[in-house]
Write a new protein. Sequence first.
Length: 58
Amino acid sequence: MKPVQTPIEDPPNTLPRMPTWVTEARDETPEDLAFLSGAALSALHFVLMRIALRTAET
């Protein structure tokens, strides 16, 4: 007996949808960009300090 492959097709209405507030693009203000770049620099500083401490211990 030969197995029969059936295609897996979900009707589009049965798939879970992401909320519109997730998928909507929003404009970034200069204040948003300044905050995000500051947060990124803070995280980078934390990572670099951990690396420096780890190499200082050896």
